[in-house]
Design a protein around this ligand. Structure first.
Ligand code: ADP
Ligand code: MG
Length: 728
């Protein structure tokens, strides 16, 4: 094993960065491998083009004849680019993307063959659903599932395969993927937001939800990563003493990007450009060997697809540069973990960002309406929002001593807080002309200026307003953004629907003017949602206490947090908004609880294995060397040896103590695992894995890490933190 470690270090030091060839300008590369609007204009007949655009923009159905034409043109385009296969590309609930490739090639008898791709193959495929998680839907219903074309996300070419983004559903119609509920949520928020927009502008026909994600990741030398069984099996280090230098000096953040990493990024960016992923920002992150990549924001469904695609191609490009990408939320103890900020906003087909104040008082009131409704949606559903980002990996960030905390709160900054305070004083019922003028000119009308010099930034908040968007920062780096985006858009859709009802009642029953009614409802919202607003430091214990007093939930582990997903309130929310049926909601819950159990189970097995089969034997080996040494000293110094060999004897004893510590805890962990596995009920099993099995990880790690400091470096089998984090 130690041989592997030193071999890996030698190899990684000898690595010569690959030369990156100059490419065309990014603007030229952009979307070259995408069947986008531009390509469709060239390849499709007018009818087909209009058909697809109507589907994209207005959700219209594409008829069979049009689908045939689109398929045929897609095939021609793909063949012209050397493509041989096609696949439906989807996002099952495993967390990765799935593909099943079929060749265009078909025989037609007489020893002849052609390339064929028809509408039916474009529109629908039947991958075997039985090997994907279904959370019981499969048992209740049929095993079969199918994928269906999502024309709102354009087909793309990856390698020599034409990939067609699709949804994945059971034959009985239940969603088995991330995309299906997301599309339903986007539809719900479009309907609800468009209806509210009509108070302000009758011309609005559609509201689109946007997402700009920021992907954090670690880049580790491939050989070094491969030398660690924990990284290979779990994507993170389960043990390892922190290196003397970590991120204390803050010298990595925004520092110059190491050459080899830069080459990887350039290659990755080229791939992204070809696939139409508009990546724009790249920089070093806080921890050594940690980086971030962010695109220009896009329509949410497309952005989610692009992030899933990105996570996939990152791994492939990294391998080419002898790197392994670690997307795990916490690959290394003691240095920052990785997240994926989800920047979110809503905009109209008339080109207005509803989360940016406009130029006129009326458009600023529209902004306030969406701003306050979002706050209220988060307030009403904070536990559900926390649940959507819960995973075994993200537990290391949320609820551990890292940003952001497990408590969901909203940061809006001092200036907007003041605006809300003023609005709280709005008169109940009808407003006098003076009050209206005053509000419009001096409160609402001043918002654009207020925001202009709003340099308020709070890095500790899990959900922050950042000038023209909300930034959901608690999302984990491995997450499929479809999950948080589904929930965020659903809760906002529900909130806007309720808002519209309340305003309409005031208009119709109380005879209030539109703006008066809006002011009245918003005033009450401001009063009732104060608990969720927090501008202070979200990390400290003080906030935990304060949040508890305010009645906010603080679910630190995944099993606790996930429960909010199947509360009566959440189930009826998803049903009412037509996002998920009760069966779908419960199935997802089950899948996520099971995924949690499996993660901890695997980590526990790997940790037990490394501790006992790698660490203990190494410690014994070194101990034997010390014992030999003491024997020799005894021979030479005779009765005086005890003084001379004092340190060695202490060390021998210390090593024994740690070996004991490891063995006792590993035995305990195995017993806990066994008894956890005996629970039939998955909630009980998850609880046992969280409270009993995982609880022992730290003790085992503690003794292993102590041994790392005691045992001769030459013998140590596992590549150390300093080697993983500082070899470039
Ligand atoms: P940070 O300071 O948080 O690192 P960046 O500017 O690096 O912010 O990233 C912000 C992200 O937010 C980018 O992906 C950007 O495209 C996205 N973004 C900007 N405006 C909007 C918007 N209106 N809606 C959604 N996302 C947006
Ligand atoms: Mg950010």
């Amino acid at each position: 094993m130690s041989i592997l470690r030193f071999h890996a270090i030698k190899e990684s030091l000898a690595y010569k960065p690959i030369k990156i060839e100059a490419t065309e300008r990014q603007s030229v590369l952009f979307g070259k491998n995408v069947f986008n609007e531009n390509t469709m204009r060239q390849y499709l007949t007018k009818d087909a083009f209009v058909g697809v655009m109507n589907a994209v923009q207005f959700g219209k159905k594409i008829d069979r004849n049009i689908a045939d034409q689109v398929a045929s043109s897609m095939k021609d385009w793909a063949l012209s680019k050397g493509v041989t296969h096609y696949t439906h590309w989807f996002q099952p609930l495993t967390g990765s993307t799935a593909e099943k490739h079929d060749a265009f090639f078909e025989t037609i008898g007489g020893g002849m063959a052609i390339e064929k791709f028809g509408g039916s193959q474009l529109v629908q495929q039947e991958p075997d659903a039985s090997s994907f998680p279904s959370g019981g839907i499969r048992n209740t219903f049929e095993a079969r599932g199918y994928t269906a074309w999502d024309p709102t996300s354009p087909a793309f070419i990856y390698g020599t395969t034409l990939c067609i983004p699709t949804i994945f559903v059971a034959y009985t119609g239940e969603a088995l993927d991330y995309k299906t509920p997301l599309l339903r949520a986007l539809h719900a928020v479009d309907d609800a937001a468009t209806a509210v927009c009509k108070y302000f502008d009758k011309n609005v026909k559609k509201v689109t939800s946007s997402l700009g994600w920021e992907q954090e990741y670690f880049l580790i030398d491939k050989m070094l990563a491969a030398s660690r069984p924990d990284i290979t099996m779990t994507g993170r280090t389960l043990l390892g003493h922190s290196s003397a230098k970590g991120q204390q000096l803050d010298d990595h953040y925004f520092g110059s990007i190491p050459n080899r990493a830069l080459n990887f990024m350039r290659d990755l960016e080229t791939e992204c450009m070809l696939l139409g992923i508009p990546v724009k920002t790249r920089h070093n992150e806080v921890a050594p060997n940690q980086f971030e990549l962010a695109p220009i924001f896009e329509e949410a469904n497309l952005a989610v697809d692009h992030n899933s695609l990105l996570m996939d191609i990152m791994g492939r490009v990294a391998s080419h540069h002898n790197f392994k990408v670690l997307l795990h939320e916490k690959p290394f103890a003691g240095v920052s973990g990785s997240g994926k900020h989800n920047n979110w906003s809503l905009s109209t087909d008339t080109g207005i960002n509803l989360l940016a104040p406009g130029k006129t008082p009326m458009s600023s009131l529209q902004f306030l309406t969406f701003f306050i409704n979002t706050i209220k949606a988060v307030h009403e559903n904070e536990a559900l929002l926390r649940a959507t980002i819960a995973s075994a990996g993200n537990d290391h960030r949320l609820g551990a001593n890292e940003a952001p905390p497990a408590i969901i709160s909203v940061f809006i900054g001092g200036q907007l807080t003041k605006v809300l305070e003023e609005l709280e004083g709005v008169t109940k019922g009808k407003l006098s002309p003076q009050e209206k003028t005053e509000l419009k000119l001096n409160v609402v009308g001043k918002i654009p200026d207020v925001l202009l010099d709003n340099t308020d930034r709070n890095r500790t908040s899990p959900f922050a307003f950042t000038g023209n968007k909300f930034e959901f920062r608690a999302v984990g780096s491995t997450a499929n953004c479809g999950n948080p985006m589904t929930v965020l858009n659903t809760i906002v859709a529900k909130q806007l629907t309720d808002f519209k009802k309340e305003v309409d009642i005031l208009i119709n029953k109380k005879d209030l003017k539109k703006d008066e009614a809006v002011f009245n409802v918003l005033r009450e919202y401001i009063k009732s949602t104060k608990a969720i607003l927090f501008d202070g430091n979200s990390y400290g214990e003080a906030w935990e206490k304060e949040a508890k007093r305010r009645g906010l939930s603080n679910n630190k582990t995944t099993p606790e947090a996930l429960k909010a997903k199947i509360s009566k309130k959440s189930i009826s929310l998803f049903e009412e908004m037509n996002v998920m049926s009760e069966i779908e909601t419960k199935a997802r819950y089950e899948i996520e609880v099971e995924a949690y159990i499996k993660h901890i189970q695997i980590e526990s097995r790997v940790l037990g294995d490394i501790a006992r089969n790698h660490i203990v034997p190494t410690a014994v080996k070194y101990q034997n060397i010390l014992i030999e040494n003491v024997r020799g000293l005894k021979e030479i110094f005779e009765e005086k040896y005890q003084g001379v060999a004092k340190e060695q004897i202490n060390l021998i004893e210390e090593i024994s103590n740690h070996i004991e510590g490891i063995n006792v805890n590993v035995v305990k962990m195995i017993a806990e695992r066994k008894s956890a596995n005996n629970f039939i009920d998955i909630e009980e099993r998850a609880e046992a894995y969280s409270k009993k099995v995982r609880a022992l990880f730290d003790d085992i790690r503690y003794h292993c890490d102590k041994l790392e400091l005691l045992v001769d470096d030459e013998l140590w089998p596992l590549t150390k933190y300093r080697e993983l984090l500082f070899t470039r």
